[in-house]
Design a binder for this molecule. Structure first.
Ligand code: SF4
Ligand code: MG
Length: 324
């Protein structure tokens, strides 16, 4: 397994108390595979990724437990130098906002080239040539000229391509993309997702795609992990999850996006709001919003039950949910 996260816990200490932003999360992604991590904002999906990448804001964030196994070695217990070496060369991250992730005062050619100079010991001239190649690979028109431009001279979609080029420059084994297309308009979103999927196949890298948007994952992901209030509430191969969700929250999410196969059906909205992480409801944290909630849900916290077909659901009534 390329990456395996086990029982990861992250806390944020605030003046009002302790927020368990990540509360026992586990997931895995193999080479050449795409895992989508789906959840509303504040569900813990980005914080989990930041803990994996070692870029968590500390303090107030603190990893309080768990393991992050990268090719079998726990990044949380490795020596800092070794950990940094692995994260620098083997793992890369793509962020939502390319404009703030790129350096505004350097040309994109210099930024891309810098990767090769620093990590591969290339000359400036060779590094520049590699930068142009990379820009061509992510289909930036007139790359040989545009390599001299600054980030603000590119459109949002082109900037996102440049960020993808940066992430892939050193051929990392794992890429984590956090809402990579959220800031783009719908047509450009699809192009950028297609590019990412294509490069993932070509480089056989593992990809973790973090998103709040079920619409973008169907075509690119192999598996989905759905997060709610700092936990994974459902995990399944993407097509199984679409066909028959095993958790009412996932069902609510599916029913609230327009789908071609459900034309004419009224769109549904999950009632209420996700909980404040300092006051997570007892029992099943989803119970105040759940249309299937029973008494037991208010007192007994559901474990992640094993569901046939390599799936998991943190719902006492996953069988009923599966049956629809
Ligand atoms: Fe709903 Fe109960 Fe299942 Fe939680 S455990 S999702 S409240 S039915
Ligand atoms: Mg986020």
């Amino acid at each position: 397994m390329l990456l395996e996260v086990r029982d990861l816990r992250v806390e944020f200490r605030t003046r009002d108390g302790v927020a368990r932003a990540v509360d026992g999360v586990g997931y895995a992604v193999d080479a050449g595979e795409t895992l989508a991590v789906l959840g509303e904002s504040g569900s813990g999906k980005s914080v989990t990724a930041q803990a994996v990448m070692g870029i968590l804001d500390t303090p107030p964030g603190r990893i309080t437990g768990g393991r992050v196994l990268f090719q079998g070695r726990d990044l949380l217990t490795l020596k800092e130098r070794e950990r940094r070496r692995i994260r620098g060369a083997q793992m890369a991250m793509i962020f939502q906002d390319a404009l703030s992730a790129l350096n505004p005062v350097l040309t994109v050619g210099d930024q891309l080239g810098e990767m090769f100079v620093v990590h591969r010991g290339m000359s400036r001239k060779d590094a520049r040539a590699r930068a142009v190649e990379l820009m061509e690979r992510v289909r930036i028109p007139a790359a040989a000229q545009r390599v001299r431009d600054y980030p603000h001279q590119f459109s949002g979609g082109m900037r996102q391509r440049i960020m993808i080029a940066m992430a892939l420059a050193l051929r990392p084994a794992l890429v984590i993309a956090d809402e990579p297309t959220t800031a783009l308009d719908v047509t450009v979103q699809a192009q950028v997702m297609d590019l990412l999927a294509e490069l993932r196949r070509e480089y056989r890298m593992g990809l973790i795609l973090i998103t709040h948007d079920l619409g973008v994952v169907a075509d690119v992901a192999d598996r989905i992990a759905v997060m709610y209030a700092g936990r994974i509430v459902e995990s399944a191969p993407v097509h199984d999850l679409y066909r028959a969700p095993a958790h009412p929250y996932t069902r609510g999410l599916l029913d609230s996006v327009p789908r071609l196969d459900r034309k004419g059906r009224e769109l549904y909205a999950i009632k209420g709001m996700p909980p404040n992480l300092m006051r997570v409801p007892p029992g099943c944290s989803f119970h105040p919003r759940c249309p299937m909630a029973q008494d037991v849900c208010r007192t007994d916290e559901p474990p992640l039950y094993e569901v046939p077909g390599g799936r998991g659901s943190a719902c006492h009534f996953w069988r009923e949910c599966l049956r629809g």
